[in-house]
Design a protein around this ligand. Structure first.
Ligand code: KIV
Length: 266
């Protein structure tokens, strides 16, 4: 089955077809997400919170990100796999940024990487693209900047912040990014950015006018309860389903109903 390429995503934008992206962090879930037909799977640094149980995304390491990306790549037959550069894997220098981005491709089997930040990371995006590493940019609410931003807050509300985001979007496209995540910004601003860019915008908490959408898989499936932002839509409550099944198992073990004869060997 041919893999989704960056050209397919650009074509979707030019033809007005929406792009669907979801996160996944392991083989089993990535297999389901790929089979369902998403265009791209993001191995997001959100795994720090939904898989590792950490407070925020800051502690997850490059080695851990590559480890999870490898599992997802093994499962994905069609969807593009995108590795997410974690905090302090790209901030120090262009050289370190390119080397770490390259690890997602070389060791993780990904087809692209994602990087948080505006104009200040444009030089790094340019260097990665020059090294044949396709880059998805990420502006607006960038969770790795939680301490500077003072929490997970909607961005781009003031005229100044709006102007800065428009400038960042242009700079990142100019640097060669093939698409851009817009996180937690007003929908009118997301619409404006989507209209001025030739590359697709992928929204999360950025309204319906983006060229595509991304959600954290555990949010969509109802598996993560600690923090549920307004922009999340729960399509199913898998936690409830899992609890029901596991409680039934415990009860059947206690009552001697499981295993039955059909689960036993003669
Ligand atoms: O880490 C992540 O999952 C992300 C998406 C929510 C865009 O960055």
């Amino acid at each position: 089955m041919p893999k989704v390429t960056i050209n397919d995503l650009l074509k979707k934008k030019s033809e007005g077809e929406k792009i669907s992206v979801l996160t996944a962090y392991d083989y089993t879930f990535a297999k389901i997400v790929d089979e369902a037909g998403v265009d791209a799977i993001l191995v997001g640094d959100s795994l720090a919170m939904v898989v590792q149980g950490l407070e925020n995304t800051l502690p997850v390491t490059m080695d851990e990100m590559v480890y999870h990306t490898r599992m997802v790549s093994r499962a994905s037959e069609r969807a593009m796999v995108i590795g997410d550069l974690p905090f302090m894997s790209y901030q120090v220098s262009v050289e370190e940024a390119v080397r770490n981005a390259g690890r997602f491709i070389k060791e993780g089997g990904a087809q692209a990487i994602k990087i948080e930040g505006g104009s200040e990371v444009a030089e790094k995006v340019y260097a990665m693209v020059k090294s044949d590493i396709p880059v998805m940019a990420h502006i607006g609410l960038t969770p790795q900047s939680i301490h500077r931003m003072g929490g997970y807050k909607v961005q781009g509300r003031t005229e100044e912040a709006k102007k800065q985001l428009l400038e960042d979007a242009r700079a990142l496209q100019e640097a060669g990014a093939f698409s851009m995540v817009l996180e937690a910004i007003p929908m009118d601003l997301a619409k404006e950015i989507t209209e001025i860019l030739t590359i697709p915008t992928i929204g999360i908490g950025a309204g319906p006018h983006c060229d595509g959408q991304v959600l954290v898989l555990h949010d969509l499936l109802g598996l993560f309860e600690r923090f549920v932002p307004r922009f999340v839509k729960r399509y199913v409550n898998l936690k409830e389903e899992a609890l029901r099944a596991i409680r039934q198992y415990i009860e059947e073990v206690q009552q001697g109903k499981f295993p039955a004869e059909e689960h036993s060997f003669k």
